[in-house]
Design a protein around this ligand. Structure first.
Ligand code: PLP
Length: 356
């Protein structure tokens, strides 16, 4: 057994995917399952599909290429707006891409024509979060242009919230998106297949039945993977937060003082650390460092320990005052989104799938 390992629980993931898909379906909303936090791992993609997801989405073309090779029989969507240099791969690998630049969309259309196919685009609208998207007043003219571009099909409009500016989804901003979509339909004479109302930050509204009618699509990663909405990071009712668990090995346990001895300068990462004197404590070192997972991306599932800090290769735990933890023990940690992303993309963390 190679440690550290991340254990992927397929039954829990599938349950989360099914619950989110069912909640959405009851409100006429389709879900694209987002795999980017786990390098589009095959087991994760399969669990999403088993749970009812009919479209997979990722921000990286390399991940879409992997998903395409798996042949899962679902639609693939590129989440990160493509650059001009990636137009060929985008058309080859994605059925749909999210876009905000006509220059890029025009090139996508040319490439699609060359391949004798249609590439589907979703125009992203900036409703205040200030990441990708065009401003509302530019939507209709751009949509008109796109709908006239050969090789492209205007699939719909989308919004991304709570990512950069922290602006949360609301009935107001999602309603604005629906209204814009209605304007586009009227002005272009084409029916839009999707109005994509955001990411896991919209799940609080979904679970409270507050999503305005007309929103027909959500792009969900964290909500399925970790069972949380992302405005307050509350757990979603009846979902699992521990479909992914890290297991790592204790390699040292000693009673040591809580204050370093000697003159304190910079640590390995250029910070001057600050310490609180808690007296002598049992300190355990786990072979799990920043090259495996960020230390603020994990939380111990073992009540006897607390994370004190980490360097590139070592995680330092406060193991309390009473003997318990010993060398060779395997300690389990839960993960937040940053932890999941770090562990799944680290070559040092082995990935183990727990089958049904
Ligand atoms: C990452 C991403 C998502 C999914 O975000 P989650 O919070 O994991 O649900 C959706 N849309 C876009 C554009 C993204 O980049």
């Amino acid at each position: 057994m190679a440690y550290p390992e991340i254990v992927i629980d397929l039954a829990k993931l599938t349950h989360n995917a099914r619950l989110v898909c069912e909640k959405a379906a009851a409100q006429n909303i389709k879900v694209a399952g987002v795999t980017k936090a786990c390098l589009a791992h095959e087991a994760v993609a399969r669990a999403m599909v088993a749970g009812g997801v009919r479209e997979l989405a990722d921000s990286r073309l390399e991940n879409l290429e992997h998903l395409r090779r798996l042949g899962l029989g679902v639609q693939l969507m590129l989440l990160r707006i493509p650059g001009l240099s990636r137009v060929k791969d985008t058309v080859a690998l994605a059925d749909t891409s999210l876009n905000s630049e006509y220059e890029v969309m025009s090139a996508l259309g040319e490439e699609a024509k060359r391949r004798d196919k249609q590439h589907r685009v979703i125009i992203m609208v900036d409703l205040g979060d200030l990441r990708e998207g065009v401003l509302p007043k530019e939507v209709v003219p751009l949509a008109r242009q796109v709908s006239k571009t050969r090789g492209l099909r205007l699939r719909g409009l989308g919004v991304n919230l709570a990512c950069y500016g922290g602006v949360t989804p609301s009935e107001e901003n999602l309603h604005q998106l629906v209204e814009l979509a209605e304007n586009v339909e009227r002005e272009t004479g084409t029916k839009l297949e999707v109005v994509s109302g955001g990411n896991s930050s919209s799940l609080g509204m979904l679970f409270n039945q507050q999503i305005p009618p007309g929103i027909s699509h959500l792009r969900i990663g964290e909500g399925i993977l970790l069972g949380r909405e992302t405005v307050a990071r509350n757990p979603l009712p009846d979902t699992y937060q521990d479909a992914f668990v890290i297991r790592a090995e204790v390699v040292e346990v000693h009673v040591k003082p809580s204050l370093p001895r000697g003159t304190v300068g910079q640590d390995a990462f250029g910070h001057v650390p600050n310490f609180e004197d808690k007296g002598p404590m049992i300190r355990a070192i786990v072979a799990l460092g920043r090259q495996d997972v960020p230390s603020d991306g994990i939380y111990p599932l073992d009540g006897r320990v607390q994370v004190i800090g980490a360097s590139s290769d070592h995680l330092i735990l406060d193991a309390g005052k009473k003997p318990g933890i010993k060398v060779g023990d395997i300690v389990k940690f839960g993960l937040n989104y940053g932890g999941l992303l770090g562990a799944m993309t680290s070559p040092f963390v082995s990935k183990r799938v727990r089958e049904f």
